[in-house]
Design a protein around this ligand. Structure first.
Ligand code: F6P
Length: 328
């Protein structure tokens, strides 16, 4: 029989994402609801190894549901990848009498959590927090929806200036290995082309397509490029290529960067974070370990961490088709 959980620790690790604070709040408040002690760990696995803990209660998380970033701070830890680092982390948790850990982050965070759990038979639960939406076992990661809204807002603004000057804009959005942000904002922002890592359009076809839309009467164009796209070496080289091989457009580049990771979480992300926090704590109470909580067909479900880490998310082919038709 699994040990009764009396104390839970929570940390955020890897790149931050809007909704992480709402998830911390949900974990802390669910613990308080069930009379479980809760400690926050600062700076992810770095703080875990250093014992940078803070006792938290329902009031410690007031006023944060609407805040971007993470009050617990985040870090990417090299040391936690070593056995010595994890031994040190385990020592700190044992000294603090912590029975289980909730780790909020992406695949790097989950890889660390899974290895740690296996090595020390320590209960862990993952909450997926990354704007990239690149985790298997949930239709939405925390922060994805907010990032989409932030980017669409930026594209709308860029379109205003693009159409005033008859310009072609390449807009780079985040997505290290995947094109989920690019594909969605491309459709919502009315982009003429969307370049994503999952699909290789090819430079010649890109120029051909832009020429076609220019001839059809478009005076300005937006091309959304996922940062992980493989078509051009980088977005500036892509611009140079189009500049050299296409006439009639003044071409500009806009790299949106880290503004995509900030800002107040959307209503969707706040609700999702709250549901995930409740599910994570209550699953640990039921003796479950090494799972990630996620949204599948509208319901909170558990997916083994191993599957969440090893799986590759698929691009929505229907959205690809919609984007093709819309750019006619
Ligand atoms: O993983 C989320 C993400 O936003 C990626 O899309 C991006 O490549 C990366 O973080 C950038 O992270 P950082 O600049 O914090 O290393």
């Amino acid at each position: 029989m699994s040990k009764t959980i009396k104390k839970i620790a929570v940390l955020t690790s890897g790149g931050d994402s809007p909704g992480m604070n709402a998830a911390i709040r949900a974990v802390v408040r669910t613990c308080a609801y069930h009379n479980i002690e809760c400690v926050g760990i600062y700076r992810g696995y770095e703080g875990l190894m250093e014992g940078d803990f803070k006792q938290m209660n329902a009031r410690s998380v007031r006023g944060i549901i609407n805040k971007g970033g993470t009050i617990l701070k985040s870090a990417r830890s090299k040391e936690f990848r070593t056995k010595e680092g994890r031994l040190q982390a385990h020592k700190m948790l044992v000294e603090e009498n912590v029975d289980a850990l909730v780790a909020i982050g992406g695949d790097g965070t989950f890889t660390g959590a899974m290895i740690f759990s296996q090595e020390f038979d320590f209960p862990v639960m993952g909450i997926p927090g990354t704007i990239d939406n690149d985790i298997v076992g949930t239709s939405h990661t925390l922060g994805f929806d907010t990032a989409l809204n932030t980017v669409v807002d930026a594209i709308d603004k860029i379109r205003d200036t693009a159409s005033s000057h008859n310009r072609l804009f390449f807009i780079e959005v985040m997505g290290r290995d995947v094109g989920h942000i690019a594909l969605n904002v491309g459709i919502a922002g009315g982009a003429e082309e969307i370049l994503i890592p999952e699909e290789d359009l090819g430079l010649d076809r890109l120029v051909e397509s832009l020429n076609k839309s220019r001839k059809s009467g478009k005076s300005s164009s937006i091309v959304v490029v996922a940062e992980g796209d493989k078509i051009g070496k980088n977005i500036f080289e892509l611009k140079d290529y189009v500049d050299e091989n296409m006439e009639g457009y003044d071409v500009r580049v806009s790299v949106l960067g880290h503004m995509q990771r900030g800002g107040p979480p959307s209503c969707f992300d706040r609700v999702l974070a709250s549901r995930m926090g409740v599910k994570a704590v209550e699953s640990l109470m039921e003796g479950k370990t090494s799972y990630m909580v996620g949204l599948i067909n509208g319901k909170m479900e558990l997916t083994p961490l191993e599957k969440a880490i090893k799986g590759k998310t698929k691009i929505n082919l229907e959205l690809l088709r919609v984007s093709d038709i819309m750019s006619t």
